[in-house]
Design a protein. Structure first.
Length: 735
């Protein structure tokens, strides 16, 4: 009976097969199901998550990236690693859920050229939507990323183009995916909770003979958004991998990732007519149209990696990745109609984003003694091509009026009083692909890059860290002519270099004090129009925006290296910023600064007490508005002054662990003029887990304990309402 209330998965053979696997899982262990049911007094069914590996703590001492040529404690940058243990304890199901555990990251809502369901993080005041990576390879295209195939997540704060190339003004996010290894285990799960929550995961790894292994990850997820009428989510994924040459000098890793989703987009509410904070309506009120609106996302990523041990502390790595993503949607964007009154115009926003990419990366890493000093070195070459297509739906009402800019206002059809709207109203219009006023945009970007990093050990107390990267960036963008617009053909060809320099002083073996300087470059069309940054006639000839980061910090591993502590002060400055000149043109004349403080703690306070926490203070200002001096002195959008996160667990008994955390974010402005924004908030979560046997553990998660109404995403003309209180119970099996 419960399953009848769940959102239907796309009716593909693979989806039906995955669903059948997870429905059958509870039958594998009647004892486990009985135990879970006894613990779940308020939830319809138990959640089952199977974990077969040894429990891991919150501390991570090294990065999976070869570009960090020293342990994290000796790396002169702010780097936060979200470990697998934190993903498991918080039951984070999406990348955006996982990133909320790191202070200093906020989230932008999408609009016509940035889908509302995609990942749009902002770091240290700058958009990082195009600075997402998988295993060190750029993850391009508009998409919403899942966690079922994630081993850990690495967050690098501050301008970091030396590590990742173009963009990366506020930082970058690197996802480390799960791959086959020399082990035999099975992790599987079915999670059930309030608001129609049902999630299944399978993680099975098997050795295939002495030198090979295979791994399979599956996911199936359905849920309604707690507290929001008619907003629901449905997705499934599969990620197999195989590794050859385990234990030998040469390893070959082949992997594939497929994920697809079908959700209800949610533009939530506009800001009050007079400006300021969002319109005060009940959290449940949804201004969308369930008979028309949708957002569909598909991602396919195939990757081949070769690792070869050359001997003498030198290793060679080559990775080839081919990816294809598609995301299309029609959504309702409520905006004020006219200059007075309480009538909302329900505009139809849409987008069709397709991206294919090919990337090849070769890295040589090693250690050598040169000039009487130890060098830890990484050098690399990277070639990539990204081809994107951006299109739209032409959404018309029954009389043929275009619903994007606003058709004649008809209450109960495309207009409504702010006090009420029925999302189940019938849809009598039509839509076709390609809107005349927004022609298809085709963009091709070719990038060739070379980089080198070196950590030089001067003596037992002093290290010198340096890096340089050169990028040759070539992008082409075309649109076809139609009755309303002319054909265009634009290009932007630039070469740029970025640098990293850091000095590390080690007063003790377990700690460091550092000073670092690094740069970034942000050329025109950095995301190929997949999130809003497309080449236009006014911007095609502009130089890259430049940014630099100066940082002073310290890192320590204490309590017998069980606990990592970090602190940093920094200043990031963007120059050459693109701003209007007041005469219809765009020029490189703006300057923006962010100054801040970051604190972090991760690991074990005792054998039974884990903690993962951080605090970020950001003071952002527009220093130079160019010819118009627009918004000088204003705070950056999506840049709260204060944000903090805490997650902590304590093992009360050998079988029982309890814990919880908070996420506190200050007020954020939604526009550059600082006239609209969302208020700050503090949200509390809790969890408890109980080990029934070596094969079964139960976990209960309660989110937004106080049922706090807050806004977790902001955009220029709307704010997204966050989820209300919800509960999930999970039973973890390990074999």
């Amino acid at each position: 009976m419960y399953l009848n209330h769940c959102v239907a998965l796309p009716a593909t053979p693979m989806a039906r097969a995955i669903r059948a696997v997870f429905i059958a899982m509870p039958m594998l262990s009647p004892l486990a199901v009985h135990a879970a049911a006894a613990a779940a007094t308020d939830v319809t069914m138990p959640t089952i998550t199977i974990t077969g590996q040894a429990e891991q703590g919150m501390q991570v001492t090294s990065s999976a990236s070869n570009k960090f040529t020293a342990p994290l404690v000796d790396t002169p940058r702010s780097v936060t690693v979200i470990p697998a243990a934190l993903l498991k304890e918080t039951q984070a199901a999406s990348l955006s859920d996982a990133l909320r555990t790191v202070p200093g990251i906020s989230f932008k809502g999408g609009d016509a050229f940035g889908a509302p369901g995609g990942d749009h993080p902002s770091m240290r005041g700058f958009d990082s939507s195009s600075s997402l990576f998988i295993d060190g390879m750029r993850s391009a295209g508009a998409q919403s990323r899942e966690t079922f195939d994630i081993e850990q997540i690495e967050v690098v704060k501050g301008p970091s183009s030396v590590y990742t190339g173009r963009g990366s003004v506020g930082g970058s996010i690197n996802i480390i995916s799960k791959t086959a290894k020399a082990d035999d285990f099975t992790n599987a799960g079915v999670g059930v909770g309030s608001d129609g929550y049902l999630r299944g995961t399978l993680d099975a790894n098997r050795q295939l003979g002495a030198n090979a292994a295979g791994r399979l990850n599956l996911m199936w997820h359905e849920a309604n958004m707690p507290g929001r009428n008619a907003v629901d989510y449905s997705r499934w994924g599969i990620a197999p991998s195989v590794t050859f040459g385990l234990g030998g000098p040469t390893q070959v890793i082949l992997s594939y990732y497929h994920m697809q989703s079908h959700d209800m987009p949610d533009y939530a509410v506009p800001y009050a007519r007079s400006g300021g904070e969002p319109l005060d309506v009940p959290r449940s009120r949804f201004f969308g149209l369930t008979s028309r609106d949708f957002i569909k996302n598909t991602a396919d990523i195939a990757q081949g990696e070769v690792r070869h041990d050359l001997g003498g502390n030198w290793k060679l790595r080559n990775v080839t990745q081919v990816a294809k993503t598609s995301l299309d949607y029609i959504a309702t964007n409520p905006q004020w109609s006219g200059s007075s009154g309480d009538i909302l115009l329900l505009e139809a926003k849409s987008g069709i984003f397709d991206m294919t990419s090919f990337t090849n990366q070769t890295e040589l890493t090693g250690k050598m003694l040169l000039g009487g000093m130890q060098h830890s070195v990484t050098t690399g070459l990277e070639l990539s091509r990204e081809k994107s297509k951006r299109d739209n739906y032409y959404v018309l009402d029954s009389a043929g009026n275009n619903l994007r800019p606003g058709a004649p206002c008809k209450v109960a059809y495309n207009c409504t009083p702010a006090g009420g709207w029925n999302p189940a109203n019938p849809w009598t219009g039509s839509y076709t692909r390609t809107e005349p006023a927004y022609p298809v945009l085709d963009t091709t970007t070719d990038t060739a890059s070379a980089y080198a990093f070196d950590t030089l050990t001067l003596d037992a107390q002093w290290l010198l860290n340096g890096g340089v990267r050169f990028d040759s960036y070539r992008t082409r963008a075309t649109t076809d002519a139609n009755a309303l617009v002319k054909a265009t053909s634009l290009r932007n060809d630039v070469n740029f270099a970025n640098y990293q320099l850091g000095v590390v002083y080690k007063p003790a073996a377990n700690g460091s004090v550092y000073a670092s300087w690094g740069t970034s470059s942000n050329p025109v069309g950095v995301d190929g129009g997949q999130g809003g940054d497309a080449i236009g006639a006014a911007t095609a000839d502009l130089s890259p925006e430049r940014s630099r980061n100066i940082e002073l910090g310290t890192k320590w591993e204490v309590l017998e290296q069980r606990l990592s502590l970090s602190a940093a002060v920094f200043q990031a400055a963007k120059t050459n910023a693109r701003i209007p000149d007041g005469m219809g043109h765009t020029v490189n004349a703006g300057r923006q600064n962010v100054e801040g403080v970051e604190l972090g703690v991760a690991g074990k306070l005792s054998a039974d007490w884990d903690i993962f926490a951080g605090y970020t203070y950001l003071d952002s200002k527009v220093k130079d508005g160019g010819p118009t001096q627009q918004n000088v002195g204003k705070q950056f959008p999506l840049t709260p002054r204060n944000s903090a996160t805490v997650w902590s667990t304590y093992r009360v008994l050998p079988q029982l662990k309890v814990g919880g955390g908070l996420s506190s974010v200050g007020k954020m402005y939604a526009n550059a003029a600082n006239t609209t924004g969302v208020p700050g908030y503090t949200r509390f979560d809790a969890m408890a887990s109980y080990t029934v046997s070596k094969h079964l553990a139960l976990q209960f998660n309660l989110y937004n304990l106080t049922d706090k109404k807050y806004y977790d995403k902001a955009y220029g003309n709307y704010a997204s309402v966050a989820a209300g209180r919800s509960a999930v119970i999970t039973a973890n099996f390990s074999y």
